[in-house]
Design a protein around this ligand. Structure first.
Ligand SMILES: [Zn+2]
Length: 141
């Protein structure tokens, strides 16, 4: 998913959360953070794959060769947050997080779209791009 689309949906969602929670800025910020900043893990992937930093290529995201890590694109994170820290803030955090993951699932050609967004599944297949993707093109998560 393009970063601009994630930014826009995170912004709209966080404004909605702000009004629904009667001006709770922390809840609004949590939603924005969890639905947008997940993509920061692409920068880590780029460094793990190429052993260098290239901000422009990192932002484009079309750089995956044979492994896809994206550690933050893991459904375990919001599930654990809800279990360990139940309440409104974890619910808002999980909602933003799952919105981001759902948008990615809807877009990319994975062999198993739902399981791909679990770190445990990616770990089980060795983070193999070939095992995760049904096509080898332009996966950017
Ligand atoms: Zn993403």
């Amino acid at each position: 998913m393009k970063i601009q689309i994630h930014f826009f949906t995170a912004l709209v969602g966080s404004v909605a959360i702000y009004f629904v929670t009667s001006g709770n800025l922390l809840a609004s910020s949590l939603f924005f953070t969890s639905s947008f900043l997940i993509d920061a893990d692409h920068a880590l992937d780029y460094v793990l794959i190429y052993k260098r930093i290239d901000v422009l290529r990192m932002l484009k995201g079309h750089f995956y060769k044979d492994r896809i890590y994206v550690f933050l694109h893991s459904a375990e994170i919001p599930i654990i947050a809800l279990l360990v820290w139940p309440g409104m803030y974890s619910a808002v955090f999980a909602a933003g997080y799952l919105l981001h993951l759902a948008m990615d699932v809807a877009e990319y050609p994975f062999r198993n779209p739902l399981l791909t967004y679990f770190l445990s599944y990616r770990l089980a297949v060795g983070f193999s791009k070939q095992k995760l993707c049904s096509k080898s093109d332009n996966v950017i998560f």
